[in-house]
Ligand binder design. Structure first.
Ligand code: NDP
Length: 291
C-alpha cells in the first residue's frame, strides 16, 4: 500500500509556482493576486481561508482577505463581488462557502466573473468542464487529478465509484474521471444517498472517491483488494486529547481499509493540501490569461 501524500505533492506544486512567479517578476509582469471573501466567523472556514492566504504568501502571490459580517445583506455582498470583478489588480476571486442562510450561494457564484472564478464553481466553468473545454476546474477534484497524475495511478479502463454528487466535489470528480483523456477514461458510477447497492458498487470498483462527509463511512468490507482510495471527507469530531478540542476524520475507515489498498490518501494530509495547490494553479492561470 502506498500513501498518496498530498503534503508532498502540494509542496512540489507550490515550489514550481514560486519559480513561475519569479519568472513573471523577472519579465516585469504582474504577479497573481487572489481576493478571498470570508463571511462571518465559522471556525472551519477561517482555517481554510487562512491556509489559502498562507499558500499565496509562500508562493509570492499577492492576496487580500476581505472579512464581511455574517449580517451582511445579499446585495451588499454582490456589490463587493462586482467591485472585485471590476478591479484590474485582482485576478482570482474566491468566496468561502458555506454562506449564511439569508444569502444564496447560487447568486453569489453567478456574480463572479468566470475569468476570475478560480474555484471553478461558476456555471460557465462547470459547463466547460462537462464539454472538455479549457476553463477553471473546481479545486478539490482538480487537486485529486493532480495527485493521481503525480503517482501515475492508472485510470484508463478502470471502474470508479464516486460517493457524493455535490457540485463542488463529487459531480466534477465524476466528469474528470470519465473524460476522454489520458488521466480519465474510467467508467464512473456516481453514487448518492438514494443509491441502493452502494456496497456492491464500491466492491466492484478499482477506484473509490469518498466525498460524502460521513466519518469512517467506507469500511473494509466495501473495498476490494488493490483498490485506489481517495478520501475527500473532512469532519471535525470532538477530541479531548487535542489542544483545539477536535480531530479531523475522513470518510474512510483508514485503519481497516488501508491494508487492502494499492494507494490511499490520508486525512489530514491527502486531498486537503491538494485543493489548495490546485487553487494556486488556477490563480496563476487566471493572472497569465488576464495579462
Ligand atoms: P455535500 O454535503 O454537499 O454532499 C454530500 C454528498 O454525499 C451528497 O451528494 C449526498 O447525497 C451524499 N451522501 C450523503 N450521505 C450518503 C450516503 N449515506 N450514501 C451515499 N451518498 C451519501 O458535501 P461536499 O461535497 O461539500 O463535501 C463532502 C465532504 O468533503 C465533506 O466532509 C467536506 O468537508 C469535504 N470536503 C473536503 C475538501 C478538501 O479540500 N479536502 C473540499 C470540499 C469538501 P444526496 O445528493 O443524495 O444528498
Amino acid at each position: 500500500m502506498q500513501i498518496l501524500d498530498g503534503q508532498l505533492v502540494s509542496r512540489n506544486i507550490k515550489d514550481s509556482l514560486k519559480l513561475d512567479v519569479a519568472a513573471l517578476v523577472a519579465e516585469g509582469r504582474k504577479i497573481p493576486h487572489l481576493a478571498a471573501v470570508l463571511v462571518g466567523n465559522n471556525g472551519a472556514s477561517e482555517t481554510y481561508v487562512a491556509a489559502k492566504v498562507k499558500a499565496c504568501s509562500e508562493i509570492g502571490f499577492k492576496s487580500t482577505l476581505l472579512r464581511v459580517e455574517d449580517s451582511v445583506t445579499e446585495n451588499k455582498l454582490l456589490s463587493l463581488i462586482q467591485d472585485l470583478n471590476n478591479d484590474p489588480d485582482v485576478n482570482g476571486i474566491l468566496v468561502q462557502l458555506p454562506l449564511p442562510k439569508h444569502i444564496s450561494d447560487e447568486k453569489v457564484i453567478l456574480a463572479i466573473d468566470p475569468a476570475k472564478d478560480v474555484d471553478g464553481f461558476h456555471p460557465v466553468n462547470a459547463g466547460k468542464l462537462v464539454l472538455g473545454s479549457p476553463g477553471f476546474v473546481s479545486a478539490t477534484p482538480h487537486g485529486i487529478m493532480l495527485l493521481l497524475e503525480y503517482y501515475k495511478v492508472e485510470t484508463i479502463g478502470k471502474a470508479a465509484a464516486v460517493v457524493g454528487r455535490s457540485n463542488i466535489v463529487g459531480r466534477p470528480m465524476s466528469i474528470l474521471l470519465s473524460a476522454n483523456n489520458s488521466h480519465g477514461n474510467s467508467t464512473v458510477t456516481l453514487c448518492h444517498s438514494h443509491t441502493r447497492n452502494l456496497k456492491e458498487i464500491c466492491l466492484g470498483s478499482d477506484i473509490i472517491v469518498a466525498a460524502l462527509g460521513k466519518p469512517g463511512f467506507v469500511k473494509a468490507d466495501m473495498v476490494k483488494e488493490g483498490a485506489v482510495i481517495i478520501d475527500v471527507g473532512i469532519t471535525r469530531v470532538p477530541d479531548a486529547g487535542k489542544k483545539s478540542g477536535f480531530a479531523l476524520r475522513g470518510d474512510v475507515d483508514f485503519a481497516a481499509v488501508s491494508p487492502k489498498c494499492s494507494f490511499i490518501t490520508p486525512v489530514p494530509g491527502g486531498v486537503g493540501p491538494m485543493t489548495i495547490a490546485a487553487l494556486m494553479k488556477n490563480t496563476f492561470a487566471a493572472c497569465v490569461n488576464q495579462n
